[in-house]
Design a protein around this ligand. Sequence first.
Ligand code: URA
Length: 220
Amino acid sequence: MRLRVVEGALKDELLTTLRSRETPHWLFREALERLGLILIAEALKELKVERVKVKTPVAEGLSGKVVQEVVFIAVLRAGLSLIPPALNLYPKGRIGFMGIYRNEETLEPVAYYKKYPLVKGAKYLLLDPMLATGGTARYCIGELLKRGVPPQDIVFVSVVSAPEGIERLKEFERLTLITASVDERLNDRGYIVPGLGDAGDRFCGTDDAEVIEGYGVQSS
Ligand code: URA
């Protein structure tokens, strides 16, 4: 696996906003979207490019044109947050979804929703802000490999990664993992430490929603 940790002043500041428990959901969402732009730009750097002639107002020159299809797959729920920056950067991209939960008895990942296009030769970006145990990530990568997507065309994009999750992805030698931070560890509830909490809840605004007489957060 190729691991690329994106560095920079802007990344640092956006991560601080995301980590802070004081950040309300709308600012969390905005910071996630902006950091997503940085990460996804990194992931798209190696798209196949063709040299084309271009006439500028001054002369004719040679320039680049992307000739590879791109499929963005949001790992539900939190991965939805990275779709807007992905499409801002690359409007021609196609979109898919993978929804996975963990069977609490077997601890195995189970897919409850899968819908994504299979496009020959495309670059596949799996979008999930948190790489924690690596169970969901392995499932999603395995799913694409089973369908014939070559590992070198799969990029896993996460905002914060746990060393435990990274370790579990090492079996995929030609996969690329792009992240903004490798944190310390997982705690005994599977949260990344220091992390940023539950990314899905904070993005959706369901972390601090008040439950009033049966209203509030419903998850069935
Ligand atoms: N998923 C999250 O949203 N946060 C974590 O810390 C781990 C998994």
